[in-house]
Every structure is written in structure tokens, then in C-alpha cells.
Design a protein around this ligand. Structure first.
Ligand code: FE2
Length: 194
């Protein structure tokens, strides 16, 4: 039987990663626990929305279906952005290898890795609540440092390689708004370049 648009299995459910972060993250256990709880909440919400979508389709609730599709993008971005963020705080970490195309394109565009990081920090400091998402447009050999204020408004079909969470839940227990710069420096120091 041919698959139609309302077939089941159109969506994949996610399982939250069981993170074990390294000891010297610069963030307290309380801060980390709250943040990981929010990440797990995105996974729960996403999986629940899939079930709601199935119900909407079955019952032809088009308005609810439309709203679910907006939210599903929000929750999915919440999962993937947080995974990139927390991956960098594990022992394995997130690496930008010097022989990689992304590193070469960073250098071609910014001159130095430090200049790239300065751009990331400047955006993180000056835009308020949201994300700084660094993506690599490989065919164009371009690096984009993007501000994502709301998850579903910042989706882009390019691989992200760095994500700085600037929502206050990410740092406010440990760092005041005036100390955002220290939080940003601490987080970015975990990105391995080799
Ligand atoms: Fe967050």
C-alpha cells in the first residue's frame, strides 16, 4: 500500500541523552541539573506532540495540526541545540579540527580562530535571550554566526557546529546578567581546537 501524507511513522521519536558532564564546566551542579531537566523536557514535549499530531490527523483537526507543527519545530530545535551545547561540556567534547573544512573556512573568513570567537562573544553579549548558532555553509565555504531568538524562527538547513545558550536559565544561577561575559568565555573555552 503506498504511503500517504498521513501515514504513521512520519516522525521519529527521540530519547534524551544521559549526560555525564566533566567536572570543570564552570557551572554548578544545580545550574546543570536545572538545564538538563529543561533539555529532557524538550524531548518529552516533542514525543508527546508526535502523538498529538497523529490524533489531529486521525480526527481531521487542521487548526490544532497546524499549531502542533509550529511547536514541533520549536521542540526539535530545543533538543538539537541543547545537545550541541551539552556535548561540548562532556569529556569527549566538541572539536574543531585544524585540518577540517570548517576550521579552514573560519580562518579564511576571520583571519584567526580568536577573531571568530570574538564575533561569537560579541553577538552573545549584545542580543539578549536566545542562542548564538554557528553554522557552516560548506558549498559556499561560508561561516554564519546566527542569532536565534526563538527556536522555530531560526531553523536553517545547514550543519551547526557550535551553540551558545543565552537563555537566562543557562547561566543565571551562577552568573548575573553583568557577568554574562564570563559565562560566555567559560563556555567557549570548552570548545577544543586541535
Ligand atoms: Fe537552554
Amino acid at each position: 500500500m503506498p504511503r500517504t501524507w498521513y501515514s504513521r511513522n512520519m516522525y521519529k521519536k527521540y530519547t534524551a541523552k544521559n549526560y555525564s558532564l566533566k567536572k570543570d564546566t564552570g557551572l554548578s551542579q544545580k545550574q546543570i541539573d536545572i538545564h538538563l531537566g529543561l533539555y529532557q523536557g524538550y524531548v518529552t514535549q516533542y514525543n508527546s506532540l508526535i502523538d498529538t499530531l497523529e490524533e489531529c490527523k486521525k480526527n481531521n483537526h487542521t487548526k490544532a495540526f497546524s499549531e502542533c507543527n509550529r511547536r514541533i519545530n520549536f521542540e526539535l530545535a530545543g533538543i538539537k541545540n541543547h545537545e550541541l551545547y551539552f556535548d561540548a561540556l562532556t569529556e569527549e567534547g566538541v572539536s574543531i579540527k585544524k585540518e577540517s573544512e570548517v576550521y579552514q573556512d573560519i580562518i579564511a573568513q576571520y583571519g584567526t580562530y580568536e577573531a571568530f570567537i570574538a564575533h561569537v562573544k560579541q553577538m552573545a553579549l549584545t542580543r539578549g535571550i536566545g542562542w548564538v548558532l554557528c553554522v557552516h555553509d560548506q558549498p559556499a565555504k561560508a561561516i554564519h554566526v546566527l542569532w536565534v531568538a526563538d527556536h522555530e524562527l531560526g531553523g536553517i538547513a545547514l550543519p551547526a557546529f557550535l551553540a551558545v545558550d543565552m537563555w537566562e536559565h543557562a547561566f543565571l544561577i551562577d552568573y548575573t546578567p553583568a557577568e554574562k561575559g564570563t559565562y560566555i568565555d567559560t563556555y567557549l573555552s570548552h570548545i577544543k581546537v586541535w
